[in-house]
Design a protein. Structure first.
Length: 74
């Protein structure tokens, strides 16, 4: 079953970033699967983390890949 948003979910590049020395640095990257799910194992280090994905534009529509922020504090 297609809901029309498959292209908004599939193969979206997600960057995992860690806050270091006052700026966000990409430490890993992965792609979403057909359902928009992604998983990436990262080293277990204390600090702040987030995930970032680009806005996906299709024809005249714009859809945003919903990526939850991952924040882990020391």
């Amino acid at each position: 079953m297609s809901d029309g948003f498959a292209a908004c979910r599939r193969n979206v590049r997600v960057r995992i970033q860690r806050r270091m020395s006052g700026e966000w640095r990409t430490i890993e990257a992965t792609l979403t699967d057909d359902t928009g799910f992604y998983r990436e194992r990262i080293p277990d280090r204390s600090g702040r983390y987030r995930t970032v994905a680009p806005r996906v534009e299709l024809a005249n529509d714009t859809c945003r890949r919903a990526v939850s922020a991952v924040v882990r504090n020391a």
